[in-house]
Design a protein around this ligand. Structure first.
Ligand code: ZN
Length: 68
């Protein structure tokens, strides 16, 4: 089970600060999963700001966990 975007129900996120876009899902423990491209390293903390790939939502990992 993955955390879904509160706006569009999407499951794919990225980190806006990265020059090379890495898409990932976030599991219920707040860890990145299914990184694309494969083998990419994404380290999330509850305070990490993530961006939904499908809409304009962005927020902290802990916000997603709170609304799950
Ligand atoms: Zn979204």
């Amino acid at each position: 089970m993955y955390l879904r975007c509160p706006l569009c129900d999407g499951e794919l996120y990225c980190l806006g600060s990265q020059a090379n876009l890495v898409a990932f899902r976030i599991d219920i423990s707040g860890q990145a999963a299914e990184m694309r491209p494969k083998g990419s390293e994404v380290h999330l903390s509850p305070e990490t700001t993530v961006y939904c790939l499908s809409c304009a939502w962005c927020g902290q990992v802990q916000e997603l966990q709170a609304s799950a």
